[in-house]
Design a binder for this molecule. Structure first.
Ligand SMILES: Cc1cc2nc3c(=O)[nH]c(=O)nc-3n(C[C@H](O)[C@H](O)[C@H](O)COP(=O)(O)O)c2cc1C
Length: 163
């Protein structure tokens, strides 16, 4: 196999397509698209999400220390790109998209009900890597659409077509 030498900005593919939702200290909810993300521990379960400091959501996650990761099904592609191209600084994106919100149980951040999997996280550490600050989130609670359980009651994520 012949290989070219290249500099890639997004080296690992496929990228995850996630929506991170958060709530500021006045109770305003916001959400943004995040692709710089990954699992980083299974015991205890932890994940990391990378947020650029200029994002409106950045100060919210930094100050509240909590966020929710929402997995994105293919049918919510339009909403995903909207949340990834408009800022909560200028508008209430969640209201404008008519998204239903529920309070987290463990953390004060919104779950996006239309998304089939919502993961409540508490920030336990963070590192400013360069363009992004990687927030390490301890998974406090996972909410799953019941349709994702198989006949034995086990989670089967292949039942949703993720974006
Ligand atoms: C496909 C895609 C992936 C993105 N990934 C990230 C990311 O990993 N981190 C980040 O800070 N912004 C990312 N963005 C950009 C933000 O989602 C976007 O700037 C958003 O408008 C920020 O919203 P906010 O200002 O309300 O926080 C991504 C956008 C798209 C479309």
């Amino acid at each position: 196999m012949k290989k070219e030498l290249e500099t890639l900005k997004n080296c690992i593919q496929p990228r995850p397509n996630l929506i991170v939702s958060c709530r500021d200290e006045e109770g305003k909810d916001n959400a943004l698209a995040v692709a710089y993300a990954g699992n980083c521990s299974y015991d205890p379960p932890m994940l990391m999400v990378g947020v650029v400091p200029s994002r409106y959501s950045y100060d919210i996650v930094k100050e509240t220390g909590v966020f929710v990761v929402n997995l994105v099904p293919q049918e919510l592609e339009k909403e995903y790109y909207y949340l990834g191209s408009h800022s909560g600084r200028d508008e209430d994106k969640i209201k404008n998209l008519n998204l239903e919100v529920k309070d987290g149980i463990e953390v004060n951040a919104p779950l996006l009900v239309d998304f089939p999997v919502n993961i409540e996280c508490r920030v336990v550490d963070s590192i400013l890597t360069g363009s992004h600050e990687m927030f390490i989130g301890k998974v406090e609670r996972v909410h799953l659409d019941k349709k994702l359980l198989n006949d034995e009651g086990k989670v089967d994520l292949s039942k949703i077509k993720l974006l």
